[in-house]
Design a protein around this ligand. Sequence first.
Ligand code: CU
Length: 68
Amino acid sequence: MTTVTYSIPNISCHHCVHTIKSEVSELTGVTSVDATVDPREATITFDAPATEEQIKALLAEINYPVSA
Ligand SMILES: [Cu+2]
């Protein structure tokens, strides 16, 4: 089990938080998703088969890229 916190500058409101939670939790292996507007972050807990690369790719795809 891995928990990572990503800085996501595009989070601007509770709609963004909801979108991130619902989309990322669809990934097989993701067990928990929390996101906040202040700070603009998402904390994601996952296990195989989910990978960090896959989570980051999904976030970029839904227009919430992780800041480098
Ligand atoms: Cu928003």
